[in-house]
Design a protein around this ligand. Structure first.
Ligand code: FAD
Ligand code: NAD
Length: 479
């Protein structure tokens, strides 16, 4: 094993492994160091996303939605599936098989691209060198022309809700319950709390979600957030806003959860508690004080728009730097820095990064919300169209929600698109393309959308900006 590389990447998540692959595509000699050990005690690539994040959570969301449909929703189609039951062990095994496939796929890609996978811990030291401590064997120092830091994030822990066996858990433990908890508490109505709360609620858990803030999904368009909250509550998620956790105690397998809300001190008992109150960047022991790398005021690695740190030739990407903690953002940053290292021009349009909450209905958005545009003092218009009035949505019995468009009055440019409804995670990509190309609402109004399709709701929302939606009885112009 050589100890000299063109590029050394520390972290093999969606940021790090994508950076490694792109750098290899561009002719560099690359090593990727990753320290993750999975629940079987094996090293595994793919980071949080593939092992305990995006992929396993979606596997469980898909399994449980099918169960939910089989339990009742299919009967409207005339399908009688009789008594339905869920084999939780099989559901978890399917999830584990999917994770194994994904992480194995990443390992295969690294191998196919001639990238050296170093299993252990990496640390940047002075002189742009990397200290590598393998899981087994002696540490060594690697020389590198360029270093990419991509160590991701870990769940924020609350001192008053310390993780305990499989009773008080974080997002990792919440993917591993061996049976459906009768009563499930969730701390934090963020994306993880809502997605994993939905998983267990669909299987029959009585789920209470405590959220410290008084606003539901504050980063989301207000109308979209209101519609999502209404539907999640209808599904049985008991979401309590302005409810701040103050303490927990575990006795005889039951968690007593103390919290305060507008009415004062409260207490509830649950069988399992998921703590999902945000994530923090993994920067401890990642760089020595004399490495030259600095943190920003929020504890992320300080980088510029191009993900360059204060040390020439050292970059940082993904969850350890500013911006949304999203896998696709990490990946695009990885690709960008690999291009920059190879001497090419590359940049990311941070205004066009989509977000999705994979609940039912799904919530997705890109660009500015109406509230943000209003706060900027710009003149804007909005258009809205409901899935209820769309033939494909009616045929699929998926009529909840709407698409909302925010556009600039002076230029007609689309500023933001916000969706709550079926396939919101897919439809939003059409909006991303529109924003990326600086499209006007008129551009999208004039395009032909296939019928019948859920995307027609996006088309009609664009038309509605000028009061021109075809399938709307309310044709008044909106602001
Ligand atoms: P990570 O994926 O965290 O990877 C970092 C890797 O570096 C890890 O393997 C870690 O072990 C390793 N490492 C850390 N320190 C060192 C070191 N010193 N030396 C060597 N290796 C080290 N995002 C989405 O976009 N869509 C989703 O649907 C989604 N769902 C999620 C669901 C859950 C439950 C969670 C927890 C997260 C989800 N995310 C989702 C967020 C997404 O997983 C992260 O944004 C993404 O994984 C960040 O990628 P990364 O490469 O920056 O870091
Ligand atoms: P989050 O920041 O989305 O939400 C955490 C919530 O917990 C906040 O609403 C916060 O107000 C609340 N909270 C904090 N302290 C509290 C307390 N003491 N009592 C009650 N509530 C409290 O964080 P998360 O859900 O842990 O997710 C972390 C990140 O992972 C997300 O920001 C997201 O970027 C990423 N993620 C993305 C997806 C996706 O893209 N679909 C899915 C899961 C996670």
């Amino acid at each position: 094993m050589s100890d000299s590389y063109d590029v050394v990447v520390i972290g093999g998540g969606p940021g790090g492994y994508a950076a490694a692959i792109k750098a290899a595509h561009l002719g560099q000699k690359v090593a990727c160091i990753d320290k993750y050990i999975n629940k079987n005690g094996q090293p595994a690539l793919g980071g949080t996303c593939a092992n305990v994040g995006c992929i396993p959570s979606k596997a469980l969301l898909d399994s449980t939605w099918k169960f939910h449909e089989a339990q009742g929703e299919l009967s409207i189609h005339g399908i009688d599936v009789g008594n339905v039951s869920m084999d939780v062990a099989q559901m978890i095994k399917r999830k584990d098989d999917i994770v194994a496939k994904q992480t194995g796929g990443v390992a295969m890609l690294l191998k196919a691209n001639g990238i050296t996978w170093l299993q252990g811990t990496g640390k940047l030291i002075a002189g742009k060198k990397v200290e590598f401590a393998p899981h087994e064997g002696d540490a060594q120092v690697l020389e590198a022309q360029s270093v990419i830091l991509a160590t991701g994030s870990s769940p924020i822990e609350l001192p008053m809700a310390k993780l305990q066996d499989d009773i008080i858990v974080d997002n990792t433990g919440a993917l591993e319950f061996t049976e459906v908890p009768k009563r499930l508490g969730v701390i934090g109505a963020g994306i993880i709390g809502l997605e994993l709360g939905s998983v267990w609620s669909r299987l029959g858990s009585e789920v209470v979600v405590l959220e410290a803030m008084d606003t539901f999904l504050p980063m989301v368009d207000k109308q979209v957030g209101k519609e999502a909250l209404k539907n999640l509550k209808k599904q049985g998620l008991d979401i309590r806003l302005s409810a701040r956790l103050t303490g927990t105690a575990v006795k005889d397998g039951v968690v007593s959860v103390e919290y305060t809300d507008a009415n004062g001190d409260q207490m509830m008992e649950v069988d399992k508690l998921i703590v999902a109150v945000g994530r923090r960047p993994i920067t401890e022991d990642l760089f020595s004080v004399d490495s030259g790398v600095n943190l920003d005021e929020r504890g992320f690695i300080f980088v510029n728009q191009s993900c360059a740190t204060d040390v020439p030739g050292v970059y940082a990407i993904g969850d350890i730097v500013r911006g949304p903690a999203l896998a696709h953002k990490a990946t695009e940053e990885g690709v960008m820095v690999a291009e920059l290292i190879a001497g090419h021009h590359a940049e990311i349009n941070y205004d066009c990064i989509p977000s999705v909450v994979y609940t039912h209905p799904e919530v997705s958005w890109v660009g500015l919300t109406e509230e943000q545009v209003k706060a900027q003092g710009d003149e804007y218009k909005t258009g809205m169209f409901a899935f209820m009035a769309n033939g494909r949505a009616v045929a699929a019995n998926e009529t909840t929600g709407f698409v909302k468009v925010v556009s600039d009055v002076a230029t007609d440019r689309v500023l933001g698109v916000h969706i709550v409804g079926p396939q919101a995670s897919e439809i939003i990509m059409q909006a991303v393309i529109a924003l990326e190309f600086g499209a006007s609402t008129e551009d999208l109004q004039l395009m032909v959308f296939a019928h019948p399709g859920l995307s027609e709701v996006l088309h009609e929302a664009m038309l509605d900006v000028d009061g021109k939606a075809i399938h709307s009885v309310k044709r008044k112009r909106r602001k």
